[in-house]
Design a protein around this ligand. Structure first.
Ligand SMILES: C[S@@+](CC[C@H](N)C(=O)[O-])C[C@H]1O[C@@H](n2cnc3c(N)ncnc32)[C@H](O)[C@@H]1O
Length: 455
């Protein structure tokens, strides 16, 4: 009997992630998967993300049941074992015999027939193991090693979060990272129109008519949370009247404010660009992106008349003019988005933070050089690590008197006063003068933002 399409796709994607350093979310949205039914696509997503989220916990279980060290197994055998173990441990709706059978078939199809008996024996051994409430165990973990083990995170990452954010916040981060994240959207609206509320309500009604159920945004008034239904296929999405975007990411774009000459210097895939360009319809929005294929993606997604895309390295910006608003949403470790990108936690090494920091400082310095007098720049990351956030701002501004870090408290209060922000506890979003959202503590991904002004 053939392997089910969802498991075959999940197996192939897990192997590619291991071998090519690819990203799960990108592979799961690639055109090749378009032929899958939405049910199979959903199952493939659940299997890939579930295995990656719980990888170290699954490996511990497998290692205890295996006669061979996991490091010595072929990639195909390990991937099939992880897929089987995940279904046995977390998918109660899949009968154990089906989970085991499909993993055995996967290794056979991958020409590892000799491993079929081994895979069958290991998975049978773990099939009967009781499943304790793992989220309760995460909530009760009292030290970094136990928390890392229960929450399937690398111990070094958990230890540094406890040091920086405290034990309780770290438990919440871990719980959030191990949970399927919700989908948020931004409803674009014409801000020059006096009746923005009714514009947003019209889009609400349009989406409801297509079977999409929404609840209000938790941070922002123009945001919505998708409760059920497929927003990607709606006309509003295809026409760019809504964007699928985490609420903290929307908030970062709002902080850029209004201007005539805007630079978005690390722009792909372009979700913040879309918000900037629609919020500033009369402004020219120049975007740069290092990788030409990502610049093309940005171009295709953002067909707005005021957006101009240039494939360029933001460390050496090719512009002679200056900009009164700049967004530097730099490449980062992504540790604030582990629920969406769980593979990151297994790849990232503490020493990578140093290289990332050097690149981030170079981009920020180069962007600051393009900032007009009186202009403002937002530096942002989706990282929880100090090295990529406060330390970058401090390093880039060291020894200069022409720039100053502005307190974001005033900006957030203004967004609240004018009704754009609905989150009440502004102080909880601040770390000194900076924006700091923490997954699990706030209802969004973990973003950092600094506002820098040129005197
Ligand atoms: C965090 S992502 C930006 C996300 C984007 N602002 C959005 O909201 O959709 C960082 C982007 O910067 C690009 N990048 C990396 N190094 C760069 C560089 N030196 N110059 C310009 N872009 C760069 C990456 O390819 C990636 O697309």
């Amino acid at each position: 009997m053939a392997v089910s399409p969802a498991r075959a796709v999940a197996f192939e994607i897990l192997l590619r992630i291991e071998r090519e350093e690819s990203y799960a979310a990108e592979l799961l949205h690639s055109a090749r998967l378009a032929k899958l039914s939405s049910r199979d696509h959903g199952l493939a997503t659940e299997l890939v993300m579930g295995v990656l989220r719980w990888q170290s916990l699954l490996d511990r279980q497998l290692a205890a049941a295996s006669s061979q060290k996991l490091e010595r197994l072929d990639g195909e055998v390990l991937a099939a074992l992880r897929l089987g173990a995940y279904q046995l441990r977390f998918l109660s709706r899949v009968p154990a015999r089906a989970a085991i059978f499909e993993s055995v078939e996967l290794v056979k199809a991958a020409r590892k027939r000799s491993a079929a008996t081994f895979v069958n024996a290991v998975l049978r051994k773990i099939a009967g193991a009781g499943a304790e409430d793992i989220f309760a165990k995460i909530g009760e973990s009292h030290d970094s090693i136990t928390l890392a083990q229960n929450a399937a995170h690398p111990p070094w990452l958990v230890a540094r979060w406890i040091e920086h954010y405290g034990l309780e916040a770290t438990r919440q981060i871990c719980i959030q990272d191990q949970t399927v994240p919700g989908t948020a959207i931004h409803i674009h609206h014409d801000e020059s129109d006096v009746d923005q509320v009714s514009q947003i309500s019209q889009t609400d009604a349009e989406l409801a008519a297509t079977g999409v159920r929404l609840s209000p945004g938790r941070l922002l008034s123009a945001a919505r949370r998708v409760l059920s239904g497929d927003v990607t296929g709606t006309r509003a999405n295809q026409e760019g009247r809504i964007s699928i975007q985490d609420e903290a990411s929307q908030l970062v774009a709002l902080l850029v404010g209004r201007g005539e000459n805007i630079l978005d210097c690390c722009a792909a895939p372009g979700s913040k660009t879309a918000l900037l360009a629609r919020r500033n319809p009369r402004a020219k929005v120049l975007t740069t992106e290092l990788h030409p294929h990502r610049a093309r993606l940005l171009q295709n997604l953002n067909r707005l008349p005021n957006v101009h895309v240039v494939a360029a390295d933001a460390r050496h910006l090719p512009f002679s003019s200056s900009f009164n608003r700049i967004l530097a949403d730099v490449p980062c470790s992504g540790t604030g988005t582990l629920a969406r990108n769980p593979e990151i936690k297994w790849r990232l090494k503490a020493e990578d933070l140093h290289d990332l920091q050097s690149r981030q400082v170079a981009i920020l310095k180069s962007a600051l050089a393009q900032l007009a007098i009186g202009g403002r720049l937002v530096y942002s990351t989706c990282s929880l690590e100090h090295e990529e956030n406060e330390a970058v701002v401090e390093a880039a501004l060291e020894g200069t008197a022409e720039f100053k870090v502005a307190d974001l408290k005033g900006e957030l209060e203004q967004l609240r006063q004018c009704g754009e922000m609905c989150w009440e506890d502004i102080a909880s979003l601040l770390a000194g003068p900076y924006l700091r959202t923490i997954p699990g503590v706030h209802p969004c991904d973990g973003f950092f933002a600094a506002l820098i002004e040129r005197r």
